[in-house]
Design a binder for this molecule. Structure first.
Ligand code: NOJ
Ligand code: CA
Length: 653
């Protein structure tokens, strides 16, 4: 539903040629606090800068391209034209952390043309919101630029003030599954986005991207004095990105807020994506699920067939009964299909997604689930043999559709850079990166094939989230961070500050299938989780996803009926979400209003330092919190987090 759609064309003008370091164009956010200025220096190099409330936030940061097979595209530029417009609409999410989203920005489009030789041109488009900025390059079709091989973008983000950064390394073997570094900005190495920054005078900034389509994911490489520079993920086409004109890059984004919670409440990434392309996705129901999963990570059961096989008919019936008895819609079963025997990490080409193993009566179980109002949740681990998966996926989704399986967890377990791409059967196998251009295309091919059969996708070891769930609302969730599985076997398991950091970093990109609810607080071989029961519950609210797993074993829930009651009751779809209190990596309290109900839930999680947070809940739309930092000494990470480190309450109203 759309209301209040308003587009105002403000100005279109031709401009004077650039003089020495001249500011040639500018645009303000609707509330006037953020200002973007474009500058051309004497060499015709283009830069932007951002100020906030009159103070510099991003100082002159260059823009342009370096091509692999053509002259660089960053000097001798002239501003040919500029156009400005304002836009204001409110759109509705089919599911989400809030129902209605206002998309309100001022836009500046600047057309830059080379003054020499081929007169190559591009537009740079800035959209300036109250909660941040998005900009992208749009390269039109032109005789001197038909196919381009982008070696690098020369896009810079020069933070004008000293800052602290929370970041994970890019281009490492374990993809996104790292603990976050907290360092001064000058000590960032090569980081993935989103990266979160807090300037020493308290402004919070998240740098990321929106609408990563047919392009390589952007990482950030530290340069001199507060400078971060785009570093595109490699690809196999002779450059990270190969495109034909016309094309647009993804939006490069800076979310900006005084409060850390302001970053979490920002809708900038979604707003910069195109509207829903799939039409009515009412067939996807946000839900909670249980299944054959934690037992595999504990080594109590195996993905492989044999005496410990988890995906047997009998065992799955037990989970279906458990789901039905406790009101869970979904039952995930991993290891249901051929390909897991032996070293499945290395044998992705053995996976068959169209038939079950012999000890798994897929048809019978789907019917049994249906008779109890439960749906099996599908699982497609590709082992990174991605072309092999693409060849089967249409049939695989059609099979699931026939069986009432309308959500599928996909997986891409292999070291980074080891995705296997084979364009023709029996042809050469090329190695791609999870975050590269080819994988950006792969994930959309999966979404489109799945949507045709009304199937929703939850990708593990995915490409990063850039808000494409707005355009493809069957992209319901993903992993893309160090999840609960590390609490089964991680070395170390997730420390208390990890999930708090996720809220202000990874979660700014979009929903995460963290798989909370391990009430036993115990991993493999008795490994003690650095967590608490309250935290395992609070995660259902703190880490947003429209699907949430109750990850622990049924027998463990039987021992924790009180905690289990909360997991049964907690909502997964929301009208509204607010951050009551929080600091990056330290603590956070989030309140969410259940969709279509007056009920609110609050989840609060903490690092290892005891503190008290009190909320004043005055009405359904107003809440405030006070925080008192305890003077107690921080506890060592060896044991559990202090018992008072998390709290969780419902209802709030
Ligand atoms: C890694 C996923 O994150 C995990 O949830 C899954 O169980 C395994 N891969 C197997 O697909
Ligand atoms: Ca994983």
């Amino acid at each position: 539903m759309r209301h209040a759609l308003k587009i105002v064309l403000v100005a279109v003008a031709c401009l004077t040629p650039a003089a020495q370091a001249a500011t040639v164009a500018s645009v303000y956010s609707p509330d006037g606090a953020l200002k973007v200025e474009l500058d051309l220096n004497g060499e015709g190099r283009l830069a932007y800068r951002i100020s906030r409330k009159g103070q510099p936030l991003v100082s002159d940061s260059r823009l342009g391209f370096i091509f692999a097979d053509d002259r660089q595209f960053l000097r001798n530029l002239k501003l040919h034209a500029q156009a400005a417009r304002s836009f204001d609409e409110t759109w509705e999410q089919p599911w989400g952390e809030r129902r209605f989203i206002r998309n309100h920005y001022n836009e500046l489009r600047a057309t830059l043309v080379e003054s020499d030789r081929d007169h190559r041109r591009f537009d740079v488009v800035f959209r300036v919101y109250d909660d941040g900025i998005g900009f992208r390059y749009e390269v039109p079709k032109q005789p001197a630029l038909e196919q381009v091989r982008i070696q690098q973008e020369l896009t810079e983000f020069v933070i004008a003030r000293p800052a602290t950064a929370w970041w994970i390394p890019a281009l490492e073997w374990n993809r996104e599954e790292y603990l976050y570094h907290r360092t001064p900005l000058q000590e960032v190495g090569v980081a993935q986005t989103p990266i979160t920054l807090r300037t020493d005078d308290g402004v919070h900034v998240s740098i990321h991207e929106a609408a990563l389509v047919d392009y390589a994911g952007m990482n950030l490489m530290r340069g001199e004095r507060g400078k971060l520079r785009a570093l595109l993920t490699p690809g196999t086409g002779g450059a990270p990105v190969v495109r034909r004109t016309p094309f647009a890059t993804p939006w490069r984004t800076l979310q900006v807020a005084d409060r850390a919670g302001g970053l979490v409440e920002s809708n900038l990434i979604l707003n910069l994506n195109e509207p829903n392309r799939l039409g009515d996705v009412g067939w996807f129901k946000p839900h909670k699920y249980v299944g054959v999963w934690w037992s595999l990570h504990l080594d109590k059961e195996t993905w492989a067939t044999g005496p410990k096989h988890g995906a047997t008919t009998e065992n799955t019936k037990r989970y279906i009964d458990f789901a039905a008895a406790n009101g869970f819609r979904g039952v995930l079963v991993e290891g249901w299909n051929p390909g897991w025997d032996g070293d499945w990490f290395a044998n992705g080409w053995d996976f068959d997604f169209r038939k079950p193993t012999q000890d798994y009566d897929l048809q019978g179980l789907a019917a049994y689930a249906k008779s109890k109002g439960v749906h099996l949740v599908g699982h497609h681990e590709t082992g990174c043999a991605v072309s092999h998966y693409e060849r089967q996926m249409d049939e695989a989704f059609a099979l699931f559709r026939r069986l009432g399986i309308d959500a599928v967890k996909t997986g891409y377990v292999c070291d980074a850079g080891q995705i296997e791409r084979q364009d023709v059967a029996n042809g050469p196998v090329l190695r791609e990166w999870h975050e590269g251009q080819w994988m950006s295309g792969h994930h959309l091919r999966v979404l489109e094939a799945a949507a045709k059969h009304q199937v929703a996708i939850n990708a593990h070891e995915p490409i990063k989230d850039t808000g494409l769930r707005r355009t493809y609302p069957n992209w319901i969730s993903r992993e893309g961070a160090r999840g609960q599985e590390f609490n089964a076997w991680g070395d170390p398991p997730n420390p208390p500050e990890h999930e708090v950091t996720l809220v202000f970093t990874r979660m700014l990109a979009g929903p995460m299938d963290y798989t909370p609810g391990v009430v036993s607080l115990t991993g493999k071989n008795g490994l003690e989780l650095q967590s608490t029961l309250a935290r395992q519950l609070a995660l259902y609210v703190a880490l947003y996803s429209p699907i949430q797993m109750a990850a622990d074993l049924p027998e463990h829930y039987a021992q924790h009926q009180d905690a289990f009651q909360f997991i049964k009751d907690v909502a997964v779809d929301w009208d509204e979400s607010r951050v009551l209190a929080g600091e990056v990596g330290e603590y956070v309290a989030i309140a969410r209003k259940q969709r279509g109900s007056p009920q609110w839930f609050i989840g609060a999680i903490n690092d290892r330092n005891p503190r008290e947070v009190s909320y004043r809940l005055t009405s359904s739309t107003q809440a405030s919190a006070t925080v008192r930092r305890s003077t107690a000494t921080a506890r060592a990470p060896t044991g559990r987090a202090p018992r008072d480190s998390v709290s969780c309450a419902r209802p709030a109203k």
